[in-house]
Each structure stands twice: as structure tokens, then as C-alpha cells.
Design a protein around this ligand. Structure first.
Ligand SMILES: Cc1ncc(COP(=O)(O)O)c(C=O)c1O
Length: 216
């Protein structure tokens, strides 16, 4: 250790102290004790048999929270942005047409992501604090024939909960994937995934344990 010329900083020699704070915004949020305790469990390897059981339990929980029986319900450990990128980058090829509903900053963010991979991105923009009708959405789907339609369910920048009813069926009619960002809504507002058009493809991003889901 004599070759270390930079001494350990004093902060590393102290106990980490994190205060209790009440957080009532769209995020970050207070975490229930049961979840904090789960995070303090021992680390085990990704090939230990117990981990497969835990992963299966997580998948069952995801199916419950999304109200779906689809077995391809996956947890991606990362942030909401991770899930958005995971969903967009795995469904869109350069040159593909992508339609994004912009009802706040999360639509803008999704449009940026799709543009960065070279998609042809079109947007339908809701008035500030407003939402889009199914007629607006159908008109744009028919005009742009996208492979993917993105919509923020809980648009945390405006506080709007966008209705989802009937949009899955529209995406099915126009043969495109439906990507729903429910980062700020899941658990607070129901997402009835299996009612979004049973032959449709739906992805949903969720917060903390970022979830992507495909219904085929
Ligand atoms: C609707 C919505 N989508 C995506 C995100 C991004 O999530 P994260 O900050 O975990 O990357 C947020 C974060 O506030 C959000 O509110």
C-alpha cells in the first residue's frame, strides 16, 4: 500500500448517514421498509438455484401489477430511461417510422431516443396539460404507418394521466407496437395490459425495477 500517494478521504472513514425525508413529488419517492429490507439481503450468484425462483416470483409480481398473463414479462434493473431505451432500441431499426405522442417532456425524450437511432420520427402534440383523443391518434397512425407508437400514461411533467382505452386496438388495427411509459403511473393507476388488444404488442416501462413487457 506504500505506493498509494493519495490518502483515503476522511468521508470514507465515517459512517454513512442518510436522513429521513418525506418525498411527495412524482419521484424519487419514499421506499417501504419491506423493500429496503429486501435490498439488504445477502448477494447470491446469478447461477444459484434460489435466484431462478426469485426471478420467477418477480415475473409473477410484474404480471400482477400489469394485469397480464403474458409470460414474457421482464424486469430490467435500471432507471426509467433504461427501460425506455431498452424498449425503443429493441423494436426500432434505422429508417423505421415511429410515432410519438408528445403531451409533455417524456414524449419529447422518447422522440429524441428514436431519432438518435436513425428512425423517421413523427409526433402528435397535445396542448399543455391536455391529452390526445383516439381520433387524433388514429389519424396519425393511418398517415405515418409507424412500427411503434409511444405514449406516456402518467405524464409527470404536466400531471396528466392519459387515457389508454381503445389505443391498443388502434395499434393492432394499424399493425404497430404500442409502447406505454407508465413509470409515473404504475401502482397508482391501474394498467389493464391484457385489455389493450390481445393480439397487440405492448411494452411498458416502470420505475425502479424497470419493466418491459411484450404482448404478442
Ligand atoms: C413519465 C416518466 N417517464 C420516464 C422517467 C424516467 O425515469 P428515470 O428518472 O428513472 O430514468 C420519468 C422520471 O421522472 C417519468 O416521470
Amino acid at each position: 500500500m506504500s505506493s498509494l500517494t493519495i490518502p483515503p478521504p476522511p468521508c470514507l472513514q465515517k459512517r454513512l448517514l442518510v436522513p429521513h425525508r418525506y418525498m411527495f413529488g412524482p419521484g424519487p419517492s419514499n421506499v417501504p421498509t419491506r423493500i429496503l429490507e429486501a435490498g439488504a439481503k445477502p448477494v447470491i450468484g446469478h447461477m444459484h438455484p434460489e435466484i431462478f425462483e426469485i426471478m420467477n416470483d418477480i415475473k409473477s409480481g410484474i404480471r400482477y401489477v400489469f394485469q397480464t398473463q403474458n409470460k414474457v414479462s421482464l424486469a430490467v434493473s435500471g432507471t426509467g430511461h433504461t427501460a425506455m431505451e431498452c424498449a425503443i432500441f429493441n423494436t426500432v431499426e434505422p429508417g423505421d417510422s415511429v410515432l410519438v405522442a408528445v403531451n409533455g417532456i417524456w414524449g419529447e425524450r422518447a422522440a429524441d431516443m428514436a431519432e438518435r437511432i436513425g428512425a423517421r420520427v413523427n409526433t402528435i402534440v397535445a396542448p399543455p396539460g391536455g391529452y390526445l383523443t383516439n381520433a387524433d391518434i388514429e389519424k396519425a397512425l393511418s398517415k405515418h404507418s409507424p412500427v411503434l407508437f409511444f405514449l406516456a400514461h402518467g405524464e409527470s411533467s404536466t400531471g396528466v394521466l392519459h387515457p389508454l382505452e381503445g389505443i391498443g386496438d388502434l395499434c393492432h388495427k394499424y399493425n404497430c407496437l404500442f409502447l406505454v411509459d407508465s413509470v409515473a403511473s404504475i401502482g397508482g393507476a391501474p394498467v389493464y395490459m391484457d385489455q389493450q388488444g390481445s393480439h397487440n404488442n405492448v411494452f411498458v416501462c416502470v420505475y425502479v425495477f424497470v419493466c418491459s413487457q411484450i404482448i404478442s
